[in-house]
Design a protein around this ligand. Structure first.
Ligand code: NBX
Length: 818
């Protein structure tokens, strides 16, 4: 590959065209096995068969990739570069079979190897290069950019170890490393020719004849080696790429003289240090520990990617004034914000562009997406760390800040408090660089990820910036890929929808699901809808398929309030025990999700859930009605199994805390009904599916803020509500095990996320859930209407919004095979 990939397709080279019949596919599969795996049908292991199949499927996208690169090169378009420290791409084989239209051929061909497609799909390991919603959003957006024919590259880090593998040991979370590519990764194309050099540490020196330019003399040099994965569009010819950087020591990092002297560890220590940069994904999804290695990762990603972007720009363009016309760089949260001073450094120091011109280019090039409102999730870095690791960037940030504060001073003369609040440098006990401020100052557009989130950003966290630049702030509500989360995850429902709507055009025009509305009243359609859900529950095997499958699947965090769900479970347990003969609705409560390894309170909640589950399972009175399941190691693959089987979708975060949520969208699209607060995208889901098809409860964001301001006392709720008191007391007494005490102490002591304040309202909503469940016709109708009116939540729409309002890019059509 290398730089050739931009210039020409396969035309004229005289490549053999890949066949389109089962026999031809089988031939290709056998050649892959023979020539690329170096084995034979007789001695092939399942892994060999998997690899050979993957390579043959990948080949079928390669020609589209070549035509895409050629079309992009020819049209010299405006490009979108998506910078993200995380991608949760999910398993590749099934997706690429679908997107290349070779599923049928492949299924027949693998039979010749004496294997089944399902068996080989089970060997497909997902690259878990992300924590949660932010990483999965990046994956959905690159899918939709390709589907919408937008010239785009996603840049990221190729971590050796992705998000840890979770297992339960005595009901508590245990973590093991995720060596995801241990057996190789057939989906990846290495591109060593495009490697980049990255500098760290050292000092800066003045440059003769310039006040502004500096020379950075680094103290450490690391190589960034890229490889890429193909990102095909659905129902189109475009195949884009995600380019991931891996750190390597340079030749100089191996100390041959030490090696010769027998100092083997010392000889490689520099290389090891370099390679550590891309060794492991940080598993913390919403706290910033300010670790040096993490800042190194961020700069490594940005430095490699910007040089690659500039290399690509210069293939077809000469004038820097065209850079911002041809390039938009979207920052996925603040993690890649160091790209802003890095572009300034490259332009000013290396390409000798004058400061003001460079700053105008930079500001026009970048856009920033914020994914949080939690103050502890806003990244800041100690100035002294910056000074040591990236001395030149700190100087540039100081200069940016000085000029920026001058701008503020002009607008608001004499308002020193405002200057202090808005400064990129925070002055506390320790001076820190505020990355969100840098991201707002250095970009053309800033967006939140759901209506409420964008509004709260404007009115709270970024209020001063919104006052200064109101037009900069926008909303782009998140979305999810309907291919992965309906078609691939839920083939039964996909077939039924296609039959109901007459064709499968809904797969890239999701608003067409609205056509299901008129089928919601059709008894036979409803019957089949119910049968699909039931069959999916049987496949999942979590519990009785006729029970209400109640799912809460997401990262464990106190703001998401798994503890509220748990209080509900304990209350159900008490009620059933008190009245064993009652007309109870059987429920399976399914939890899945990881807690950051250092997040003690979240890990306690996991442990308590499992303890409560075990107590219930051992209780012959309650067990027939209530089952708690904790599915280990939640990831994209597991989500694809759980989502289709869900009846009830738990979206119960404290209002004002969940930026958007995307699991809420996946579940609604698959006919689960939401029980939720007015938080994040829940609000938009409810507005679309209709309030009668959504179980609402709890304080809204405004009320929650008022409660906090008035001085929240969780004990008042505990004292007033006998069932709540009984649940908390049982937990505190250790009925379900020792960690209960700590969980109860936190609930009664401060309850940061108002769990107790929302308890009664939540229980009322759950009673409404049960009323609806008792009427299967009503429930099914609600379920169909949820899917019918969730078409807005396609990531294709999200991408169309970004393209029209932020990126201002036009699609480039890739010609079909001649
Ligand atoms: O981003 C999530 C939000 O919590 C969701 O509400 C939202 O739907 C989703 C997509 O916009 N944020 C998230 O997943 N954050 C992280 O994973 C994260 C990772 C590393 C880090 C901070 C946050 N340092």
């Amino acid at each position: 590959m290398g730089r050739m990939d931009l210039r020409q397709g396969s035309h004229g080279i005289g490549l053999r065209r890949l066949g389109t019949t089962a026999e031809e596919f089988q031939q290709d599969l056998l050649s892959s096995l023979y020539y690329r795996r170096g084995t034979t049908v007789e001695s092939a292991s399942p892994r060999d068969a998997y690899e050979a199949l993957s390579l043959s499927v990948r080949d079928r996208l390669a020609d589209r990739r070549a035509r895409t690169a050629a079309a992009h090169y020819a049209s010299n378009p405006r490009w979108v570069y998506y910078l993200s420290a995380e991608y949760l791409l999910g398993a590749q084989l099934e997706q690429n079979l679908l997107y290349s239209g070779t599923g049928e051929l492949a299924a027949q061909a693998v039979k010749a190897l004496g294997r089944s497609l399902e068996e080989l799909e089970d060997l497909d390991i997902e690259p878990g290069l992300g924590n949660g919603g932010l990483g999965r959003l990046a994956a959905c957006l690159v899918d939709s950019m390709a589907t919408r024919d937008i010239p785009a590259v996603g840049y990221g880090i190729r971590y050796d170890f992705g998000i840890f593998r979770q297992s339960l040991e005595n009901g508590a979370q245990a973590e093991r490393p995720d060596d995801w590519a241990f057996q190789g990764n057939p989906w990846e194309f290495p591109a060593p020719d495009d490697r980049q050099t990255v500098h760290f540490y050292g000092h800066t020196e003045p440059v003769a004849g310039s006040e502004i330019r500096k020379r950075w003399v680094p103290g450490e040099i690391v190589l960034g080696e890229p490889s890429h994965m193909l990102v095909p569009g659905f129902g189109t010819e475009t195949v884009n790429i995600v380019r991931l950087w891996r750190a390597r020591g340079s030749e100089a990092s191996f100390d041959l003289s030490r090696f010769s002297a027998g100092q083997y560890a010392e000889a490689v220590q520099e290389a090891v240090r370099a390679e550590n940069i891309s060794k492991v994904l940080y598993p913390d999804d919403s706290t910033e520990l300010g670790r040096e290695l993490r800042l190194k990762q961020q700069y490594f990603l940005c430095s490699c990617s910007l040089r690659d972007i500039i290399r690509r720009f210069r293939l077809r363009n000469e004038n820097w004034d065209d850079f911002a016309e041809k390039t938009v760089i979207q920052l996925n949260d603040t993690h890649p914000t160091i790209a802003i001073p890095e572009l300034m450094r490259l332009l000013v120091d290396e390409y000798e562009v004058e400061w003001d011109r460079a700053w105008a280019i930079t500001r026009k090039t970048f856009a920033y997406t914020c994914h949080t409102l939690l103050p502890e999730a806003l990244e800041t870095w100690p100035v002294h760390l910056f000074e040591r690791l990236l001395p030149r960037h700190l100087e540039i940030i100081y200069l940016i800040n000085m000029l920026f504060l001058r701008e503020v001073e002009q607008q608001f003369p004499g308002d020193t408090d405002r200057l202090r609040r808005m400064s990129i440098i925070g002055e506390g006990d320790e001076r820190r660089v505020r990355m969100a401020h840098l991201a707002v100052v250095g970009t053309e557009a800033v967006n939140g990820v759901a209506e409420l989130h964008s509004k709260l950003l404007r009115e709270t966290v970024l209020q001063d910036f919104a006052a200064l630049w109101p037009a900069k702030f926008q909303n782009v509500t998140n979305g999810v890929s309907p291919r992965r989360f309906i078609k691939l995850a839920n083939p039964r429902l996909s077939d039924l929808i296609t039959e109901g709507l007459g064709d499968d055009g809904w797969l890239n025009d999701l608003e067409r699901l609205a056509g299901l509305e008129e089928l919601a009243g059709d008894a036979s359609f409803a019957e089949r809808w119910r049968a699909v859900k039931r069959a999916n529950k049987v496949d999942l095997g979590a519990g009785d398929p006729d029970s209400l499958t109640d799912v809460m699947i997401k990262r464990f965090h106190e703001y998401k309030r798994q503890q509220l769900k748990l209080l509900h479970v304990v209350t159900m347990y008490h009620r059933i025990r008190a009245n064993p003969g009652g007309d109870w609705i059987p429920r399976t409560v399914l939890f899945a999700g990881k807690a950051a390894p250092a997040y003690h309170a979240a890990k306690n909640i996991i442990q308590l859930i499992n303890a409560v589950g075990a107590t219930i399972a051992a209780d012959p009175v309650v067990a027939p009605y209530l089952k708690v399941v904790f599915a280990e190691n939640y990831n994209v693959t597991l989500a694809e199994q759980i989502v289709p089987a869900a009846d009830l979708s738990e979206q119960i975060s404290l209002a004002g805390k969940e930026a958007s949520g995307t699991g809420n969208m996946k579940l609604a699209l698959n006919g689960a009904i939401t029980v939720g607060t007015l938080d994040g995208a829940n609000i938009e889901i409810r507005a679309r599916v209709g309030e009668e098809n959504f179980f609402l409860f709890g304080l809204d964001a405004f009320q929650a803020a008022e409660v906090q301001i008035a001085g929240y006392r969780p004990r008042e709720h505990y004292d007033r509500d006998a069932e709540l008191k009984a649940a908390v007391d049982a937990i505190a007494a250790g009925t379900f095990g020792g960690v209960g005490r700590e969980v109860a102490d936190s609930l009664l002591g401060w309850d940061e996320y108002l769990t107790l304040a929302d308890f009664r309202s939540y229980l009322d909503a759950q009673e409404e859930v049960e009323r609806a469940w008792r009427d299967p016709e009503r429930w099914t109708r609600m379920s169909i209407l949820n899917a019918a009116h969730s078409g807005f939540f396609s990531s294709d729409r999200t991408v169309a919004d970004y393209a029209a309002r932020i990126w201002r890019v036009a699609p480039v059509t890739v010609p079909r095979e001649p």
